[in-house]
Design a protein around this ligand. Structure first.
Ligand SMILES: [Zn+2]
Length: 416
């Protein structure tokens, strides 16, 4: 599948499938036993550090077969998945509680445990599931391992696909992304777009959850908290907050990457790992948690969309991007609400604009291209919502060396 590409991207295709009526219950029971077996296996793998197949096999194979009544091949798939989940959890510095599978499921090794034929998915053990709906864009690419999940009472097969990475184009210039609590600002010395963040909207649900928790956590109400209704409602609010952030991040990153691609620009973003580290040290308030989540997910989706669309991406050092004059490099001083001014060259602009200009400048110098000098008057009266307007090309052509950024999209990320 090598088409002059820079390696492969792994993405996940979702298919709605429907088992035959006669085997429906049997399959569901198997998926439920698998879930229980998996949760047991994750615990064992983490607690005994059994991250190799050999070690996991010794500890788990017979238990999974006998106690959880899994067929041999399914038992193997089960501890393999447990190792994958344990590894990804252990490598996450921000990990919370040990991961647990909540929905009935089945891990399927490509070729050995499943195959797709004539509109049906055939599983080892004789199960046959009709494919109801399916994204056909990736039909021509090779499939990898898959997961069968039960989501809201429906069977969904998630198949990983290996798709060649598109070759990145030579950008005509840079569009810089800056994120703060209120906005994502996207632009350069010629143009600027502003998108509102979803932080306030998500926070609303976090606060609802907290209020509900508070109300029922007094000793008077302890019994209530244990009641399923309240617990579920609290869980629902937390989930809703996370979904709001995720939806927003996907939408904004898609918009940003499409704009860059349409006009053949590279995207520049700050390396926010330092910022994320600092945020992590703050007390675990809801606002901090949502900020952290938003920043991390936005980085993730921008990077992923860039890889998928062949858009060059430049990551720059965030040092001084919001406090240095983009024209003369002097230190800026505050000049009213969210405005900064350079005492030396009298350049003046909005904080967000300054960050975007500095990120653009850093990216251009990283690319080794010529630098266009940003001019203050142009930026101060820039229209912030000119999404439909075509962008003017920057002077000169810049060549970017397609860096070897590996951003493998792990299908484990959506696992639990
Ligand atoms: Zn200056």
């Amino acid at each position: 599948m090598a088409l002059g590409c820079e390696g492969l991207l792994t993405l996940t295709i979702k298919m709605r499938v429907s088992p035959e009526l006669s085997s429906h219950q049997k399959l569901l029971n198997l998926m439920r036993r698998y879930r229980e077996g998996l949760n047991h296996a994750i615990r064992v793998v983490v607690e005994s550090k059994a991250l190799s197949l050999g070690k996991a096999h010794k500890l788990l194979y017979n238990v999974l077969k006998e106690r959880y009544n899994l067929p041999s091949k399914v038992a193997v798939d089960c501890y393999r998945e447990a190792i994958a989940i344990a590894k990804s959890w252990l490598s996450n510095p921000d990990r919370g509680r040990m991961p647990r599978a909540k929905t009935p499921r089945l891990w399927l090794t490509y070729k050995y445990s499943y195959r797709i034929r004539d509109g049906y998915v055939e599983l080892l053990g004789g199960y046959k599931l009709r494919i109801v709906g399916w994204d056909r864009r990736y039909d021509g690419y090779s499939s990898g391992d898959a997961r069968l999940m039960l989501k809201d009472g429906k069977f969904v097969l998630e198949v990983s696909k290996h798709v060649p990475k598109p070759v990145k184009y030579n950008p005509r210039g840079v569009l810089a992304v800056d994120i703060n609590e209120k906005h994502v600002v996207f632009g350069n010395s010629r143009t600027e777009y502003k998108f509102e963040t979803a932080i306030e909207r998500a926070l609303h649900y976090k606060l609802l959850a907290e209020n509900l928790q508070k109300r029922y956590s007094s000793t008077r109400y302890n019994v209530w908290l244990r009641r399923r209704g309240v617990r579920e409602r609290v869980g629902y609010f937390h989930k809703r907050a996370r979904n709001i952030v995720e939806d927003w991040v996907k939408k904004v990153s898609h918009k940003i990457v499409s704009l860059a691609k349409q006009h053949l620009y590279a995207i520049a973003r700050e390396d926010l790992s330092g910022l994320v580290e600092n945020l992590r040290k703050l007390p675990r308030k809801h606002r901090v948690a949502i900020l952290l989540l938003s920043y991390r997910r936005l980085e993730h989706w921008i990077d992923w969309q860039c890889e998928k669309n062949g858009v060059p991406l430049i990551v720059v050092d965030p040092k001084g991007t919001s406090s240095t004059c983009p024209r003369c490099n002097s230190k800026l001083v505050e000049n009213g609400y969210r405005r900064m001014k350079c005492v030396k060259c009298s350049f003046e602009a909005d904080r967000d604009t300054i960050a975007v200009l500095n990120i653009e400048k850093k990216a251009l110098s990283k690319m080794g291209g010529s630098l266009t000098t940003p001019t203050a008057p142009q930026m101060t009266d820039v229209n912030t919502n000119r999404c439909g307007e075509p962008m003017k090309p920057l002077k000169g052509t810049l060549t970017l060396q397609a860096g070897r950024r590996s951003a493998p999209f792990s299908i484990f990320q959506t696992f639990i």
